[in-house]
Design a protein around this ligand. Structure first.
Ligand code: XMP
Length: 511
């Protein structure tokens, strides 16, 4: 990563944000666990190192420390919050508890000119979140800025090019934080801003060609953003030597199969095998109401169908997958291992027992970077900005047994939700909005007739990563319109309710 920045992760909730900010400034960055060995760092040979914040205190016995050699490599270092306290402790300074925990805005005053603050007007507003402070900096370090509560709020050793700050430059509450990070990258590390999505695209194409040579690559296309971008990228790199497989499991949204065919076969000209396995999946789901059993059966059937299809398509050395960066970062386990809440089924993660070498060209990208790449590859905006859709499809949105009739009802209701949310202009502000079919029947009246039909629940949530979510306060008018349309247009539904639960304690999908 010669011209990039290494971010060492001490468990801060902002670590990914630091890496993002650096990339936004045109410099490649990668996150590694705090305990990476100095030898590995030497091999990576980064142009700068950032030590993240973290929830621990360096005053505790089991505080996470980095390899001491890392601070002696002569590579410029920026310590942020915990990173600052760590530098202080490891290089012989003194850290103590702050007289009061400092959280929120503070005004930073400069004590000494520093390349870190070049062209930044002081005092500068910064965002603090810490309960320890620097009592005395290590030998060779000088305070360069302070706040009312932190006399050493920033310090540096210009000779060894180690800088440390108590506040968080990566968050938007530090308005000039971006400028400060730019100063670190360009004035101190002397890096160039030459990382962009188009340079990434060119490099990836070259790497894929070099790796694949004359071999063939197999790829499971789900129609979601990640697998679509992988397929489009590989197609650009190796053309017909990419074989994509799309499995219609019968649990997809209305018109999905047709859409995939149009975009990938007709517009992009991909070598795409479409498999209609709906009957097999539906058969496996007959009589099944337990959500975990549904998920497992769908997962197993997918592997079977995919393997069988692949076997009929000849020899492949490689399997391409849309693994993203957040899936590969080994973060510091601050909490214990979390319990399995749902067994997630991802098209990408499946054929474990097939003998392929993996190609994961999105391994270093964040979700929105993948979208940017997709746009560069010419994929339709609508596909790129589509809400996430679970691998087990509509099966986990039909509470109770999955039948043809229930699927038909849910598909029609789902299409109305999507159309109305799009029309309202709110689509891109919402993480997911969809319909759920409840196994509850209730009494209604239509015309002069009594009805006894199903209820549909509408779910709309906002979220950053799907891990936590809050229900969206959709305008009543919009909810009214969706409800009216569903009850009038979808045969079999006579009641619509709105799900107002957040995650946790609920989950986003109902099953
Ligand atoms: P939950 O329901 O666990 O969902 O709160 C969190 C996010 O994950 C999506 N989801 C899945 N995605 N395979 C997937 O690829 C799955 O099996 C799966 N289950 C849930 C869900 O749509 C939400 O965005």
């Amino acid at each position: 990563m010669g011209k990039g920045v290494l971010v060492l992760d001490f468990g801060s909730q902002y670590t990914q944000l630091i890496a993002r900010r650096v990339r936004e400034l045109g410099v490649y960055s990668e996150i590694r666990p705090y305990n990476i060995a100095v030898e590995e760092v030497k091999q990576l040979s980064p142009g700068g190192i950032i030590l993240s914040g973290g929830p621990a205190t360096v005053r505790s016995e089991d505080a996470p420390l980095c390899d001491e050699g890392i601070l002696k490599l002569g590579i410029p270092v920026l310590g942020i919050c915990y990173g600052m306290q760590l530098i202080t402790k490891m290089l012989g300074g003194e850290v103590g508890p702050a007289s009061k925990r400092e959280f929120g805005r503070a005004e930073l005053e400069s004590l000494k000119g520093s390349p870190l603050f070049r062209d930044i007007e002081m005092p500068m507003t910064v965002w603090m979140s810490h309960s320890d402070k620097i009592l005395s900096p290590p030998a060779g370090f000088h305070p360069i800025a302070r706040t009312a509560n932190s006399p050493v709020c920033a310090m540096s050793d210009e000779e060894s090019r180690i800088y440390a700050i108590q506040f968080h430059p990566e968050v938007s509450h530090t308005p000039l934080g971006r400028k400060l990070l730019a100063n670190f990258l360009f004035n101190i590390c002397r890096l160039n801003a030459d990382w962009s999505m188009s340079s990434f695209l060119e490099e990836s194409i070259e790497n894929i060609r070099e790796k694949v040579g004359e071999e063939r690559v197999l790829c499971a296309l789900s129609g979601g953003v990640d697998s679509s971008v992988v397929a489009a990228l590989l197609h650009r790199a190796i053309g017909d030597r990419l074989q994509a497989v799309f499995v219609d499991n019968g649990l997809l949204r209305l018109g999905e199969s047709q859409r995939v065919k149009e975009i990938f076969m007709e517009q992009l000209g991909l070598n795409l095998k479409m498999v209609d396995a709906a009957d097999e999946f539906l058969k496996d789901l007959e009589g099944v109401t337990d959500p975990e059993v549904k998920r497992k059966r769908i997962g197993h059937r997918f592997i079977r169908v995919f393997e069988e299809t692949a076997r009929g398509l000849g020899e492949f050395k490689y399997l391409a997958q849309g693994t993203l960066y957040p899936d590969v970062i080994e973060s510091v386990p601050v909490q214990g291992p979390s319990a399995t809440i749902k067994s997630h089924h991802n098209v990408g993660g499946l054929p474990k027992d097939m003998e392929f070498e993996l190609i994961e060209p999105l391994r270093s990208l964040f979700k929105d970077e993948v979208r940017e790449l997709g746009e560069l590859l010419g994929l339709p905006k609508k596909l790129i900005w589509r809400h996430p859709f679970p691998g087990p499809g509509l099966a986990v949105r039909i509470v109770g047994e999955v039948t043809e009739r229930r699927l038909r009802i849910l598909r029609e209701a789902d299409r109305i939700v999507e159309e109305e949310i799009e029309d309202s202009g709110l689509y891109n502000e919402i993480w997911q909005a969809f319909a759920v079919l409840l196994p509850v029947k209730s009494v209604g009246v239509m015309g002069d007739e009594r009805t006894y039909d199903y209820a549909i629940a509408i779910r709309a949530v906002e979220s950053k990563d799907g891990m936590t979510a809050d229900w969206v306060q959709l305008p009543y008018e919009l909810l009214g319109k969706i409800s009216n349309r569903i009850i009038n247009e979808v045969d079999g539904v006579n009641r619509v309710v709105y799900d107002i639960s957040s995650k946790p304690p609920s989950t986003i999908e109902w099953e």
